[in-house]
Design a protein around this ligand. Structure first.
Ligand code: FAD
Length: 371
């Protein structure tokens, strides 16, 4: 029996465990494999970007932007965040007006954003192609080391008294008289829930809530690739693109990480993914199109081993499990759940403690799918 039981040891589960434990709550986290095994793991770093986000996520990312620079101090860890600024590159005339509208919206939500013209983009990124005619620039965006952050949440959570059990998968929830009373592990162990259950298993959420709700949500193994080391890295910012499936980050050892959302193949039985070669080439071709100096650059490794859940409207689903008053679930981060994690884990912990949904999480209710 524990006051708070959490299923899933990615950044969401580990983060909620820490926020709760540091307030003196009794917490047990159950992770099927190891901490930082799913989407919160893998090569490189994750972007912490407001640029181009859905309007409903902007208040969340604003709060996360305030937290990222000093989060490591609160967790007693080495710095894991770097504020590089994000450039959403523009090549087509028609994207200038939509990006200008986005700049207005992001500023109205308190996130400083600028429209840059061609010359201003080249001042910031001298190696960018002449075809780039502008960019949406958000100086507060950056990158953080997802493996370090997830590990730091878990370590700080343990230090604050949370019990973190790895190799402990949950098979099902036990729900009685409108409450999640316990979870049953794959080994048949019954763990009672004293107060609140958090179902934060990302791609594993769907199966755990399937007998209560059907959601327009699926899972994707997004593929990423790392280049061989370069003499010098030709980028100064986190790079995205408004009309190409493309993200580029500078990584350790003068490598580039090239990604953006191409799906790999997922083997559900083995729980591993493999990158699809045509997408590797398409992703690389897009990178070369906007940074022509990358022509001929070799890919050193690819990765598609990390499953992420995705929703039909490209924003997360965060709500009570139907028919319960004490079981919260959150998933469908749609490939951009990392940036908002510090803020959303805190809000989830507050919801679990106080029993009241934070107003900023209301837009993510599953009620939006049923009209
Ligand atoms: C390749 C890739 C690149 C990304 N890039 C970015 C980016 O640049 N910026 C951004 O903002 N976001 C990005 N994201 C998204 C972000 O990483 C995720 O949204 C975030 O890490 C999700 O965290 P999580 O804790 O919900 O899930 P996960 O990290 O997947 O953790 C869920 C955990 O639950 C466990 N689990 C599953 N089922 C069970 C069960 N039944 N019982 C017990 N445990 C269970 C799993 O083993 C797993 O460890 C990216 C995602 C991927 C895959």
């Amino acid at each position: 029996m524990a006051e708070f039981v959490i299923i899933g040891g990615g950044v969401y589960g580990a983060g909620v465990a820490w926020w709760l434990a540091e307030q003196g709550a009794e917490v047990v986290l159950l992770e099927a494999r190891k901490i930082g095994n799913g989407a919160s793991a893998g090569p490189g770093r994750r972007g912490t970007r407001a640029n181009g986000r859905d309007m409903r996520e902007l208040p969340l990312v604003k709060r996360a932007h305030e937290m990222w620079p000093s989060l490591h101090e609160r967790l007693g860890a080495a710095q894991f965040f770097e504020r590089l600024g994000h450039l959403l590159l523009i090549e087509r005339d028609q994207d200038l007006s939509t990006c200008a509208a986005r700049a207005l919206l992001q500023n109205q939500h308190g996130t400083e954003t600028h429209m840059l013209d061609q010359v201003q983009v080249r001042d910031r990124e001298p190696h960018v192609s002449d075809k780039v005619i502008g960019a949406l620039y958000c100086p507060l965006d950056g990158v953080s080391d997802h493996t370090a952050v997830t590990g730091a949440f878990a370590t700080a959570g343990r230090r604050a008294g949370a019990t973190i059990r790895e190799d402990t998968g949950v098979d099902r929830l036990e729900i009685e008289r409108g409450r999640a009373s316990a979870v049953i592990t794959t080994q048949g162990e019954r763990i009672e829930v004293g107060r609140t259950l958090f179902v934060l298993a990302n791609a594993g959420v769907e199966a755990l809530v399937a007998d209560r709700i059907s959601l327009p949500v699926w899972s994707r193994a997004f593929q990423v690739m790392l280049t061989v080391p370069m003499e010098t890295v030709p980028l100064n910012h986190l790079i995205g693109h408004v009309s190409r499936t493309l993200a580029i980050k500078a990584e350790a050892g003068n490598r580039l990480m090239i990604s953006g959302g191409y799906p790999g193949n997922w083997d559900a039985e083995r729980e591993t993914g493999t990158a699809i070669e045509t997408y590797v080439q398409a992703n690389l071709a897009d990178a070369v199109a906007v940074f022509p100096g990358l022509e001929g650059l070799k890919i050193e490794s690819t990765d598609a081993d990390h499953l992420e859940s995705v929703s039909v409207d490209d924003i997360p689903v965060i709500d009570l499990v139907p028919g319960t008053e004490n079981a919260l679930y959150a998933h469908a981060w749609c490939g951009h759940g990392w940036a908002i994690a510090p803020a959303v884990t805190k809000m989830l912990a507050e919801w679990g403690m106080r029993g009241r949904r934070p107003a900023l999480l209301a837009p993510f209710s599953h009620a939006r799918f049923s009209g």
